[in-house]
Design a protein around this ligand. Structure first.
Ligand SMILES: Cc1cc2nc3c(=O)[nH]c(=O)nc-3n(C[C@H](O)[C@H](O)[C@H](O)COP(=O)(O)OP(=O)(O)OC[C@H]3O[C@@H](n4cnc5c(N)ncnc54)[C@H](O)[C@@H]3O)c2cc1C
Length: 480
């Protein structure tokens, strides 16, 4: 059962009845709700990808925990350089086609390392519980929603000093578990996952110990509510318009824990405030290395779309400014991917068994590719032309009286029909002039932590002292 088909995933959602709201209404059936269509499609496509004969040799991996095949991107704990490289390649392949690879194995891997450290530091017995949890996920082929980010309120204050605390925290102890209250925000895919895993999102002080909590619960646990924001595409499936966002992408959710009971066997951290910072540190190395490959894939998508838009407009890579812009994007994609591979190569195995990429290279690469996003969007507008923002809609194209005007007026290269040209320009529009554009920008800039956090990691870990010593040696200065 571990390697579900997309269809089996959709069926599996019927076993859960989570409390989900979308556009002010209670969702009755996640698997069939029109505003969750793209999300369910997207996750299902991720399951099918692992079984696709073209990718299966790498995309499905035999789990050392269960001995069964599991989807690598979603469920495998990364243990080796080979694992990290394979995942980076697959991630680029998927994000270059449909934006998000659904890389929840990253989250399981960083949590794996965190929980191990907690046991080492405190003599607790959380790690065997977490290992059992991951095994069960793998056996059932279930995926998680990731609840790391707290609302954080006034950013200048720690959680315990907020006037109206909203971050997730422990509010009660029972003989067989804990009670938690508060919120996690930005829960990507939330309602369409099977389980929710939460972890702290920042360093904590002794006064914040109630906020030092990690656990997993099924998506339909009593008291757990999600307020979901629909994915950016149109409600109905379209043929020509929004070719990506009408099919794929995910809802985002605000995840509320209203006095939720968490049974003992699903608690992985409970008050160990001194270990909380480990999670964002491991996340900053592992997930950002993966994100370099993810953003390389987005850049690939921009490159292919821009080059095809030039073609349907009757131009080619022979036009120097088009060639230069597309080449610049190619180099940016390869630089980001190179950082993903380089960070893997310089990585180390954590004592828990997780392979952690080098944080300095990963954060440098991610910061670089993030900073190119605006320019790449402008290149797509520039190369595709103004129709990207102004062309008539699909409904006009399908109108019996209007089509002939559009067909005559908007032809481009004689090698392509007007309809083909419009399809390509609609893909460019989906990427560069739509609600998807904004989401993609948010995805690039904020998902995986804001850009300044890349700088903080690099500044703290780059070996500056060594470089100063070398400079001193060259000019003949004595070390103090
Ligand atoms: C599309 C998308 C998907 C996401 N998916 C998930 C998910 O599945 N699960 C999850 O847990 N999270 C997810 N995130 C959350 C993401 O990790 C955060 O958005 C990101 O870490 C930034 O945090 P924030 O949104 O609270 O912004 P803030 O932290 O408020 O940042 C805003 C600005 O304030 C600055 N800032 C903040 N605090 C301070 C401070 N104390 N001192 C100085 N400067 C400060 C930041 O550097 C930044 O410039 C997702 C985000 C996006 C956009």
């Amino acid at each position: 059962m571990a390697l579900l088909t997309g269809k089996e995933y959709v069926e599996s959602l019927k076993e859960f009845s989570p409390e989900v709201y979308i556009r002010g209404e209670r969702v009755q059936q996640v698997w069939s709700h029109p505003l969750l269509r793209q999300t369910v499609n997207h996750i299902a496509a991720g399951y099918d990808f692992a079984r696709d004969p073209r990718y299966r040799a790498s995309a499905a991996v035999q789990s050392p925990l269960t001995g069964e095949e599991v989807p690598r991107i979603q469920l495998h704990i990364q243990e080796s350089l080979e694992d990290v490289v394979a995942k980076a390649k697959l991630t680029r392949e998927v994000t270059g086609r449909r934006i998000c690879a659904g890389c929840m194995s990253n989250m399981l891997s960083v949590t794996w390392a965190l929980i191990y450290d907690i046991d080492q530091a405190h003599g607790t017995k959380y790690f065997p519980r977490f290992r059992e949890f991951v095994k069960t996920l793998q056996r059932k082929g279930q995926i998680i929603a990731w609840g790391m980010m707290d609302p954080k309120g006034d950013r200048s204050l720690p959680p315990s000093r907020q006037k109206r605390p909203a971050d997730l925290r422990i509010v009660g102890r029972k003989a067989d578990g804990i009670v938690v209250r508060g919120t996690k925000v930005h829960t990507t895919y939330g309602p369409a996952a099977h389980q929710v895993v939460v972890v702290p999102c920042r360093a904590l002080d002794p006064e914040d110990k109630d906020y030092a909590v990690s656990f997993a619960i099924p998506i339909d646990t009593q008291g757990l509510k999600m307020i979901a924001r629909p994915s950016p595409g149109p409600i109905n499936q379209t043929e020509m318009e929004s070719p990506l966002s009408s099919r794929f992408l995910g809802v985002e959710a605000m995840t509320i824990f209203e006095d939720v009971f968490v049974p003992e066997e699903k608690i992985f951290m409970c008050h160990e405030w001194d270990q909380a910072l480990k999670l964002p540190l491991y996340f900053a190395s592992l997930h950002r290395q993966s994100k370099c490959a993810c953003s390389a894939g987005h850049t690939d998508l921009f490159i292919g779309t821009a080059a095809l838009a030039a073609e349907v407009n009757g131009l080619t890579m022979k036009v120097s400014h088009i060639r230069d812009k597309i080449t610049e994007m190619m180099m940016a994609a390869e630089t980001a991917f190179g950082c993903s591979l380089g960070a893997a190569l310089e990585g180390k195995k954590h004592p828990s068994g997780v392979f952690l990429p080098d944080p300095v290279i990963a954060n440098s690469g991610l910061n670089f590719i993030r900073s190119r996003m605006g320019t790449h969007l402008s290149y797509l507008h520039d190369i595709a032309g103004g129709l990207l923002s102004t062309m008539p809609t699909e409904a006009d194209w399908n109108h019996p009286q209007l089509r002939k005007y559009i067909d005559e007026s908007l032809q481009g290269s004689p090698k392509y029909t007007t309809e083909e040209r419009l399809k390509v320009l609609n893909l460019a529009q989906d990427l560069a002039a739509s609600r998807l554009t904004g989401t993609l920008m948010g995805f690039t800039i904020n998902a995986a932590g804001s850009p300044v956090t890349n700088q903080i990691v690099v500044r703290n870990l780059y070996d500056l002292e060594k470089r100063i010593q070398v400079a001193k040696e060259i000019v003949g200065m004595k070390s103090l």
